[in-house]
Design a protein around this ligand. Structure first.
Ligand code: NAD
Ligand code: UDP
Length: 337
């Protein structure tokens, strides 16, 4: 069985990708230090996977551990999710972000260069487009960053490009995610943010579950039809399948590819709230607030290249995203009672 090393596989996107990989017949080893995920997720994740998952608790910044990991087993590829991802926190603790994301990735790549495999799928982000001059966003649009988190993604993208320039034996996919939402339909895995959620959908779900009194809508004076910000929300399982497609492409091509993973459709904050209200049958109280610093009006993908190259496209609509997010929220509540 072809074995894949999934760094950050206990986290939100990683866990869903592990399910998709296991269902497709790959062996999966998770390497995660659990700094933003919980060990109990692993048992639930195992229930969704047809084959036994392997779990290594450890840090990608630990070169001794990495050497052991790559010597112990031959991996076909690495899917690299491990990293810190909170934009606000990155502005307060930039060094932690450069250390974890950039140094961590360097340690991982060095170990891969020594022991193989020379094949990696990397979690980048639409944040690398900064404030795009137009939508939909194509992969060849200029890149920029407005915060340390985004800069770590840009730096890692550059490091990967240099690596491929130096050695074309590497197979590298830089996947730029738009806004992952939703959860596995079982309710067993999903997004479990610690503290107050920064992102819209986990916050909306917590308002619906009466954990928070209302949603602050950050800005209703943007140049969009209803004045609120527009984003490209993509079901996390569609995103996970994009990784499988990228992996399969890299099996055939030692190339550097850079792809948007989005649906190509943008929805406003108020449209998302209305859809979530339909899914849960409850009213989501909203208060209009000021614009959030650093936010942009609109961001949605042109996913054409992913379709042409990988034959991948998102298939799940907004109703499914909200239904699965709500089911996950309710399942978590029951488990915590
Ligand atoms: P997550 O925090 O749920 O998962 C990341 C996992 O990596 C966690 O389980 C964490 O414990 C682990 N981790 C972090 N640092 C580590 C280290 N040094 N060593 C080992 N494990 C470590 O985040 P997610 O939402 O699943 O995001 C996964 C990746 O996708 C991240 O790189 C993130 O920047 C990127 N991304 C996420 C989004 C999003 O909206 N969720 C959007 C674009 C890009
Ligand atoms: N948003 C909001 N209230 C919140 C969180 C987010 O109005 O509590 C808005 C935000 O201004 C943006 C959209 O929802 O227009 C998506 O925000 P999110 O943080 O989820 O994604 P990102 O802005 O990073 O793409």
């Amino acid at each position: 069985m072809n074995q894949i090393l999934v760094t950050g596989g206990a986290g939100y996107i990683g866990s869903h990708t592990c399910v998709v990989l296991a269902e497709a017949g790959y062996g999966v080893t998770i390497l995660d230090n659990l700094c933003n995920s919980r060990a109990e997720v692993l048992a639930r994740l195992q229930m969704l996977c047809p084959t036994k998952l392997e779990f290594i608790k450890g840090d990608i910044r630990d070169p001794v551990l990495l050497e052991q990991v790559f010597k112990a087993r031959q991996y076909q590829a690495v899917i690299h999710f491990a990293g810190l991802k909170a934009v606000g926190e990155s502005t307060v603790q930039p060094l932690a972000y450069y250390e974890n994301n950039v140094c961590g990735t360097l340690a991982l790549l060095k170990a891969m260069q020594h022991h193989g495999p020379k094949s990696i799928v990397f979690s980048s982000s639409a944040t690398v487009y900064g404030d795009p001059h137009a939508v939909p966003i194509k992969e060849d649009f200029p890149t920029s960053a407005t915060n340390p988190y985004g800069r770590t993604k840009l730096m890692i993208e550059e490091i990967l490009a240099d690596l491929h320039r130096a050695d074309t034996g590497w197979s590298i996919a830089r996947l730029r995610y738009f806004n992952p939402v939703g959860a596995h339909e079982s309710g067993l895995i999903g997004e479990d943010p610690l503290g107050v959620p920064n992102n819209l959908m986990p916050y909306v779900a917590q308002v619906a579950a009466q954990r928070r009194p209302y949603l602050n809508v950050w800005g209703n004076d943007y140049d969009t039809p209803d004045g609120t910000g527009i984003r490209d929300y993509i079901h996390v399982l569609d995103l996970a399948k994009g990784h499988l497609s990228a992996l399969r492409y890299l099996e055939q091509h030692s190339e550097l590819i850079t792809l948007n993973l989005g649906t190509g459709r943008g929805y406003s904050v108020l449209e998302m709230v209305a859809e979530f209200e339909r899914a849960c049958g409850l009213k989501i109280p909203c208060r209009m607030g000021p614009r959030r610093k650093g936010d942009i009006a609109q961001c949605f993908a042109d996913p054409t290249r992913s379709w042409e190259l990988l034959n991948w496209r998102a298939t799940r609509g907004l109703a499914q995203m909200c239904k699965d997010a709500w089911h996950w929220q309710c399942s978590e509540k029951l488990r915590n009672e």
